[in-house]
Ligand binder design. Structure first.
Ligand code: SAM
Length: 273
């Protein structure tokens, strides 16, 4: 008889946590920026946690990665050809953009250990970094955006929550710097947390972008392993965003999701007014 069971729990508060029964802990390291843990879970396959918060699991990563790429992809005036990803060290966002046919992607991740872990444990995502169309830079995205002379059709902020190294990625100053490196018609998107448990993230992203861009919108989706399962993204452009026809679908994304994900519950509307 097995007496001990192992669980990984993400603590949402002193009184609430989500627990995954795990068959193994494959890695636990402390990097210069954060703690990285890798678990093999029974229900969600491999799970990557940073500082105790779930970043992705094998089973549901497609939802987050489709939402953060395919929605903004359809809001540029013509299909974007190049993109900047800040964060995204697992490679999932870059992989989806390659699938969408982008020709040039710069992916700026601050922590090389996230990339290494993904290369070992999520090869189908990190394979994007071996593609000639993807340039991976290990540096702080805030500094990159301040200093680069490259311009982009699409900017994706695929970061951790607004604490530690990611805090500045939710500031008005950072969004002002991104404005400078946008091609005509460009769109920026940021993951903006759980509207239910983390109103701080959505409020920071929305108010910061409102101070810089003319058209700012929030959309949401269902991601079972993130707090509350209900997640938000904030998308913006200096130009009015007009949706191009949706001719492609993913495993989560389709034409209905493109429209429906912008229909917000009242409590979310109230967070951003
Ligand atoms: N899907 C995830 C989520 O919302 O939980 C995000 C995944 S991705 C692993 C987040 C990445 O953002 C981390 O690897 C982290 O190192 C990176 N990151 C945080 N702050 C950053 C910064 N200032 N510049 C570049 N990358 C940053």
């Amino acid at each position: 008889m097995k007496l001990i069971e192992n669980w990984f729990s993400e603590r949402y508060s002193d009184n609430l946590q989500l627990s995954f029964r795990v068959s193994d802990q494959l890695l636990s390291i402390k990097t210069d920026y954060q703690r990285i843990d890798l678990f093999d879970t029974y229900d969600f396959g491999k799970l990557l946690a940073i500082d105790g918060t779930v970043q992705l699991t094998e089973r549901d990563e497609f939802i987050y990665h489709e939402l953060i790429t395919m929605v903004p992809y359809h809001l540029t005036p013509k299909p974007p050809e190049n993109a900047l990803i800040i964060g995204g060290g697992d490679g999932g966002a870059a992989k989806r953009l390659l699938d969408l046919g982008l020709k040039h992607i710069v992916n700026v991740e601050i922590d090389d250990q996230v990339v290494e872990v993904s290369r070992r444990f999520f090869p189908s995502l990190s394979s994007a970094f071996s593609d000639a169309r993807v340039k991976l830079l290990i540096q702080d995205g805030i500094k990159y955006v301040k200093n680069t002379s490259e311009k982009f059709d699409l900017i994706i902020i695929d970061s951790t929550d607004p604490e530690g190294p990611a805090e500045g990625l939710f500031s008005k100053e950072f969004y002002m710097d991104t404005r400078r490196i946008m091609n005509d018609g460009a769109v920026i998107v940021s993951q903006s947390g759980s509207p239910f448990y983390q109103p701080k993230a959505i409020k920071l992203a929305y108010s910061g972008m409102k101070g810089v861009f003319n058209d700012v919108r929030v959309y949401t989706g269902f991601i079972p392993t993130y707090p509350s399962g209900f997640w938000s993204f904030t998308v913006a452009s200096p130009w009015p965003m007009k949706q191009r026809p949706v001719t492609t679908s993913g495993k989560y994304f389709n034409a209905d999701v493109m429209e429906g994900s912008f229909r917000l519950p009242q409590f979310v509307k109230e967070l951003i007014t």
